[in-house]
Design a protein. Structure first.
Length: 95
């Protein structure tokens, strides 16, 4: 379990570094604000998908094979619909 928490911490630090780099590039006028807004929305959608997948995997750990497959496949289906909904909402904001 300690390895998973360490992995999650490293992933969060890496994502934070990428966001800080993009914000710095925006502040020194290398990238435009439209790109920054698109990047932030895409990053939030991807991060929500990652966290949801992590939670489904964590809840299905040490369960029976049947429960594990239901949680993983059902979670994948729910995350797919969540991403679809978030993409449609973000298209509304980016337009």
């Amino acid at each position: 379990m300690k390895f998973i928490n360490n992995f999650l911490l490293k992933m969060n630090l890496f994502i934070g570094f990428i966001f800080a780099s993009i914000l710095l590039l925006n502040q020194i006028n290398i990238i435009p604000f439209d790109f920054l807004k698109s990047f932030i929305i895409a990053g939030v959608i991807t991060y929500l998908n990652f966290v949801a997948g992590y939670l489904f995997l964590k809840f299905s750990h040490n369960k029976s094979d049947n429960i594990f497959l239901i949680m993983i496949m059902g979670g994948m289906l729910l995350r797919l619909f969540m991403i679809l909904l978030l993409v449609f909402i973000s298209l509304k904001f980016l337009d």
